[in-house]
Structure formats: C-alpha cells, structure tokens
Design a protein around this ligand. Structure first.
Ligand SMILES: C[S@@+](CC[C@H](N)C(=O)[O-])C[C@H]1O[C@@H](n2cnc3c(N)ncnc32)[C@H](O)[C@@H]1O
Length: 195
C-alpha cells in the first residue's frame, strides 16, 4: 500500500491522565502492521498520545531509521485540549534485510534493540524534536484551557449584567437562571490551572 493510516483509540483511554501508557500496546501493533503493509516509498499517518514512554520513544527512533522523513502534527480539527497528535512518516525505505516479522520488531522495541545506529545519534536528533513538540503541545493545551475558561467567564459576566439590568427594570424575575451558569472556578480547579 502507498498510504496507511492508523487512528486507534478506545473508551478506557479516552479521558485518562495516562493515555500514552494505556495506548502503547495498540500503537506498537499499529506500527508493526503498517510496516508489513507499506510499499517502498509509502506514507504512514498514525495517531499518538505522547512520546515520553520508553517503548513509544524507541518505536519512533526506529521509524526515523525506516522512513525518509518524520514529522509530528496537531491538525487544526483536533481538539486542542486533547493530547492526540499525529506522526507523518514519508518515504518508507522498505523492511530491513534482517526483518523477522512485526511481533519480533515489537519485542526488539521493548528491549531497546531495534536501532540501526548508536543511541546518542537519536537523542540529539529525533528525541530532541519529539521533546520540543511535546513542550509546544503542552503550551497549546494550556492556552486552549485558559481561552475556554476566559470565554466562559466573559459569557457569565455578560449574562449577569443582562440579568441585573432586567431585574432593575423589573421586567422578568431571574427564573433561577443563575443555577445553569457554568462554575468557571470548578473547571479551573479540575483542570489544575493554578498558574
Ligand atoms: C477514533 S476511532 C477511529 C475512527 C476512524 N478513523 C474512522 O474514521 O472511522 C478509534 C477506533 O479504534 C478502534 N480500536 C481500538 N482498539 C482496537 C484494537 N485493538 N484493534 C482494532 N481496532 C481498535 C476502536 O474500535 C475505534 O473504532
């Protein structure tokens, strides 16, 4: 195949704080399946939830060996507060001569024996790039959470102003509308935005 896409996810992992850990097994199998399916020069687009665990990090280093280019992206249509992001791998170089199947590749990833060069090469190239991307995404997540909260605060303030003007003019009583307001402080606390 010229193009393989993998967008796997499951309910137990959706709202968890350790999405990357929970999705590791699925992601490693998606990588292994894609490697078996792709033609030389093919492209793989695969959803990830972070690259901090040792197995995902090792898989990404191996992908760096097996493709001509590796790029991370967070599409505009992807919810900013979610940790999902995609790796785009272009120019598949083909399976290495010593390839012994997808499960064997996974085993080698897990014991850190899937690389074609010294580890130091990857730490200064692919690891550096992945860490930078993680940090950029964290900033994006925080900005998105703050933007959502300040929008809600402005909305609440405008509603309260409107309500008190109405009450001043004695048009309608408040009808208990305040109960339906979103408590922005509760959200700020739940999202642990103490900065
Ligand atoms: C975000 S959805 C993907 C939606 C898909 N891209 C589409 O447009 O229909 C994630 C999918 O991964 C599937 N999934 C989760 N774990 C899986 C597994 N171990 N094997 C196969 N599919 C799996 C789920 O059933 C779910 O349909």
């Amino acid at each position: 195949m010229n193009l393989v896409v993998a967008d796997g996810g499951f309910d137990a992992q959706r709202d968890s704080e350790c999405q990357e850990e929970l999705a590791q097994k699925l992601i490693l199998h998606e990588f292994a399946t894609a490697l078996q399916l792709l033609d030389v020069d093919g492209t793989l687009v695969l959803k990830l939830f972070g690259c901090q665990t040792e197995s995902i990090r090792m898989a990404m280093r191996s992908m760096f060996d097996l493709f001509n280019s590796l790029e991370m992206t967070k599409p505009i249509s992807s919810r900013p507060a979610s940790s999902e992001r995609y790796v785009i791998l272009e120019g598949f170089k083909g399976l290495p001569a010593q390839w012994e199947g997808g499960q064997n590749w996974i085993n080698n990833v897990l014991i850190g024996r899937c690389l074609q060069r010294d580890l130091s090469f990857y730490t200064s190239s692919v690891d550096h790039y992945l860490d930078q991307f993680d940090s950029d995404m964290l900033v994006l997540n925080l900005k998105a959470c703050f933007a959502i909260l300040s929008h809600l605060e402005r909305k609440n303030a405008a509603k309260e102003l409107c309500q008190s003007k109405r009450e001043e003019k004695n048009y309608f009583p408040s009808m208990g509308g305040r109960n339906r307001d979103i408590d922005v402080k509760l959200y700020r606390h739940a999202w642990q935005l103490f900065i």
